[in-house]
Write a protein that binds this ligand. Structure first.
Ligand code: HSE
Length: 447
């Protein structure tokens, strides 16, 4: 049987998971693809500090000895971060090696440069494990949906946030308490900012948006809000209205109003731009994504030919991530065997790639919670501001049992541009009858 040699760089959670998975299922993988994938070297940060039981003959300290080894055909970069990892990937691509990475932060920060380097050096670059761990969403977008325009993609792509929001809903618990517990149990990192402020989800949705629409999405253009400000009260009120709050990563084609800067393409149905964003979203509790609980991930894809598809699974962790890396190793081995270069282009090109629209132009419906003084005329003042900006109110609730000096007032707003709603809330927050900061959660009805 033909053999290809792989070098692993990094023996942390992902690296050791990949090694163990190959020990366990390497024979199965070989029999399926007809190629033996052998690990020839593993680079670790410090041999002295390495507690692994892996044979010392495989271990090296310098990653360059992996990249430079002419007998190593595939380099798996599993160190994480975006600095040394970038050096490793660029060096390996430059030598024409196939590169596998699980590193979303690296692709988000340097993807454009890395894909260009792969193309320049005729090298293949694989990154299935970078988004949603064990869910094969990259391969699905690149290959499975190659014949579709991706109309919309909605993802629950951060397990930590989903775990926290699930417990807040089921236990009516406060954000800070659940976060502290999640950190104690190892579900959330310390500090937790990358996850709970939306950065991790933004890295992932940027990669999926680039794949879906065929142009590189600059991470700076992705609108992002995390879950820090969500209260148990918001979750309960949303629930009463039939909604569940999830941190949703969204890629959506939007026709929007044409402007001078981005005119609608003439004679075609090309969208003027796409929405690429991450924010807490109220979704109908009857929607399938509302029942994605705990640390699970899910990606809901709407293609123009296929219709709606749902992917569900574990988005992080040693084994799910290893499963994705093994799939890339198998692809890399097959592409080497058959001499394939860029068998599928890094991005599935869309015939009318556009631009990412600024959030102010995105239209959605809204859930708004205000804390107001319980006094006649309060509602009229607020309604006048919404009305003045042409924002329609679809329902208003002042929940009973909250009597006191200030009371919650919940509005559901009709579809309106984010810019208008943000301007209205700014004005509303200045009213003396409004106490504290208004809470606004966008509503997604998947229409
Ligand atoms: N920290 C991520 C999550 C996993 O909570 O989903 C790695 O992307």
């Amino acid at each position: 049987m033909q053999q290809v040699n792989a070098g692993i760089i990094g023996l942390g959670t992902v690296g050791s998971g990949v090694f163990n998975a190959l020990q366990l299922n390497g024979g199965l993988l070989s029999s399926r693809i007809g190629i033996r994938v052998a690990v020839k070297k593993i680079a670790v940060r410090s041999l002295a500090a390495c507690a692994s039981k892996i044979s010392r003959t495989l271990l090296v300290e310098d990653w360059r000895s992996v990249v430079d080894d002419p007998d190593i055909h595939i380099v798996a970069e599993l160190v994480g971060g975006a600095t040394v990892a970038r050096d490793i990937v660029l060096a390996a691509l430059k030598r024409g090696k196939s590169v596998v990475t699980a590193n979303k932060a690296l692709i988000s920060a340097h993807g454009e440069e890395l894909f260009a380097a792969a193309s320049r050096h005729g090298a293949n670059f694989y990154y299935e494990a970078s988004v949603c761990g064990g869910i094969p969403i990259i391969k699905s977008l690149r290959e499975g949906f190659v014949g579709n325009r991706i109309v919309a993609l909605y993802g629950i792509v951060n397990g930590t946030c989903n775990y926290i929001l699930t417990r807040m809903k089921l236990e009516r618990a406060a954000f800070a308490d659940v976060l502290a517990d999640a950190q104690r149990l190892g579900y959330a990192e310390t500090p937790p900012d990358l996850d709970i402020d939306g950065h991790d989800a933004a890295h992932k949705i940027g990669i999926l948006a680039s794949l879906a629409h065929g142009f590189w999405v600059n991470p700076k253009s992705i609108y992002m809000e995390g879950i820090r400000d969500i209260t148990a009260l918001d979750i309960q009120f949303a629930e009463k209205l039939g909604y569940t709050i999830k941190l949703l990563a969204i890629v959506k084609k939007t026709a929007g109003p044409a402007t001078k800067q981005s005119p609608r393409a003439r004679g075609s149905d090309c969208p003027r731009g796409i929405q690429v964003s991450v924010y807490p979203t109220a979704i109908p509790s009857s929607h399938v994504l509302a029942s994605v609980n705990d640390a699970f991930n899910a990606v809901f894809v709407r293609g123009d030919i296929v219709g709606d598809s749902l992917f569900y699974g574990r988005g992080a962790g040693k084994s799910p991530t290893a499963s994705a890396v093994l799939s890339d190793l198998a692809d890399a081995a097959l592409d080497l065997k058959f001499g394939n270069k860029h068998r599928v282009p890094p991005f599935v090109p869309h015939e009318c790639a556009g631009a990412v629209l600024p959030m102010e132009q995105i239209v959605s419906a809204y859930f708004v919670r205000l804390n107001v003084v319980d006094r006649p005329g309060t509602l009229a003042k607020i309604a006048a501001i919404f009305g003045g900006l042409n924002i329609g109110i679809s329902s208003v609730i002042q929940p009973e049992g909250h009597e006191g000096r200030s009371v919650p007032l919940i509005f559901m707003l009709h579809y309106a541009a984010n810019g208008a709603v943000m301007a209205a809330l700014k004005k509303i927050s200045r009213l003396p009858v409004v106490k504290g900061r208004p809470m606004m959660i966008r509503v997604e009805n998947f229409e």
